[in-house]
Design a protein around this ligand. Structure first.
Ligand code: AMP
Ligand code: GLY
Length: 414
């Protein structure tokens, strides 16, 4: 099979690494890819937003399956484009991807089918939102409706903070419409399931670490690490999340004639009233994917193809027993203004195997060798029978990877 993978982060390196293990794979192109994906296929330096030119490449290369990593091309309808040209795709159409690209769409859908989620009020006018927050006399979680690179949510602590967040988010392109949400509390878990439009195949529950610093301090980032399975989420809880939070939404999208095909990602808060949905994403998580795929046993690419062809079987994949921990190495200054172009050494000398993987995100090969090229530089993944050993494997490898002022959290997986 000939596959075109869209994206260029750590998630896409993990996807390329896993697909390359499938006996079905004949050729893999990655747009734009990165240093890591280049080991498993051919990178094609095109902008991911340009669906026309991606389709031309796919037709020239007789691609059988499109696999999409990031949210933006999905929201822009890359899957619609490929399907219209007769190419199968693992990823939702623009209509189904609204579950991520419009938080008000997702909220209305959840309310319509009774999925447990926070109460929310939708505003198309910032003045009205601010007025509502002031007169309510309590803080709200303020969310921009659209895609905002993970910067579209402010959890306010008081009324003044809510009003300030309304002003801030209303000034962004994603914030023309705003949601004010009831604040919930509890541990969070990411549940990602493959979906063929009807059937869900949940991967193990995962947890990401969004804050920059140890102890969940500091600013939000794209993710500083992850663990799977997420500690404290038993099989019964996972089943509840799938049956109460995910399947109703899949059924509703199918009933509307916009079935969801791809990776459905439920961001869940485990509240004292049970699991409730924080958000849906229409794609694999980053860095969750880097800890989930090392645990997958079975032919992952065959499962993606089965989704695209509407014949997913829940038994198609199995999981390796044990735990995977991913520690992200970031460039100094990340996430505000990362200092890049620092030489990296020691990566090639590390022996990667089924218990240790390095997934590249922001690295580049320059005249002087490997260098940092993005805020999140790479993810170091340790896998073992127990979480402490998996953690140890990842952390033991980190000192061998050297670049100036590398930053990482020391508490991932605890
Ligand atoms: P989201 O992008 O909607 O998942 O929001 C990002 C983060 O904001 C989540 O991972 C939560 O930590 C937090 N958050 C979002 N919505 C709520 C809520 N209703 N109550 C409490 N925290 C929330
Ligand atoms: N790790 C959260 C996300 O991919 O959005």
């Amino acid at each position: 099979m000939r596959v075109l993978l869209v994206g260029g982060g750590g998630r896409e390196h993990a996807l390329a690494w896993k697909m390359a293990r499938s006996p079905l794979l004949e050729r893999l192109l990655i747009v734009p890819g990165n240093t890591g994906t280049a080991r498993h296929g051919q990178n094609v330096p095109l902008p991911v937003q340009n669906a026309e030119s991606l389709l031309r490449v796919a037709q020239q290369e007789r691609i059988d399956l499109l696999v999409v990593g990031p949210d933006n091309p999905l929201a822009d309808g890359i899957v619609d484009h490929f399907q219209a040209a007769g190419i199968a795709a693992f990823g939702p159409t623009a209509a189904a991807a609204q579950i991520e690209s419009s938080k008000s769409f997702a909220k209305q859908l959840m309310q319509a089918v009774g999925v447990p989620t926070a109460e929310a009020h939708v505003f198309d006018d910032a003045e009205q939102a601010a007025g509502f927050a002031s007169s309510s006399g309590r803080p709200w979680v303020v969310k921009a409706d659209g895609l905002a690179l993970g910067k579209g949510v402010v959890v306010a602590d008081d009324v003044a903070g809510t009003v300030a967040a309304v002003k801030k988010l209303a000034a962004t392109p994603a914030g023309k419409r705003l949601l004010l949400e009831e604040r919930m509390s509890g541990p969070e878990v990411s549940v990602i399931a493959l979906c063929d439009g009807k059937t869900l195949l949940p991967l193990p529950p995962a947890r990401d670490y969004k804050r920059l610093l140890d102890g969940n301090q500091g600013p939000n980032t794209g993710g500083m690490g992850a663990i799977a399975p997420a500690p404290g989420v038993d099989e019964a809880t996972l089943q509840t999340i799938v049956s109460r939070c995910m399947q109703p939404v899949v059924d509703a999208l199918a009933a509307r004639g916009t079935p969801f095909v791809g990776a459905l990602f439920a961001g869940i808060m485990l509240t004292s009233d049970g699991p409730r949905v924080l958000e849906f994403n229409a794609r694999f998580g980053d860095p969750e994917t880097q800890v989930l795929l090392p645990l997958v046993e079975g032919d992952f690419l065959a499962a993606l193809l089965a989704c695209a062809e509407g014949r997913l079987q829940p038994t198609m994949l199995r999981w390796r027993k044990g735990t995977a921990v991913c520690v992200v190495l970031a460039a100094p200054g990340y996430p505000d203004s990362a200092r890049l172009n620092a030489p990296i050494s020691g990566v090639e000398a590390l022996e990667e195997n089924d218990n240790l993987m390095i997934f590249h995100a922001g690295t580049a090969i320059t005249d002087v060798g490997m260098a940092t090229a993005g805020g999140r530089v790479m993810g170091v993944v340790g896998v073992a029978g127990s979480a402490p050993t998996a953690r140890q494997r990842a952390y033991d490898a980190i000192p061998q990877i050297r670049f100036e002022d590398k930053h990482f959290r020391t508490d991932i997986g605890t």
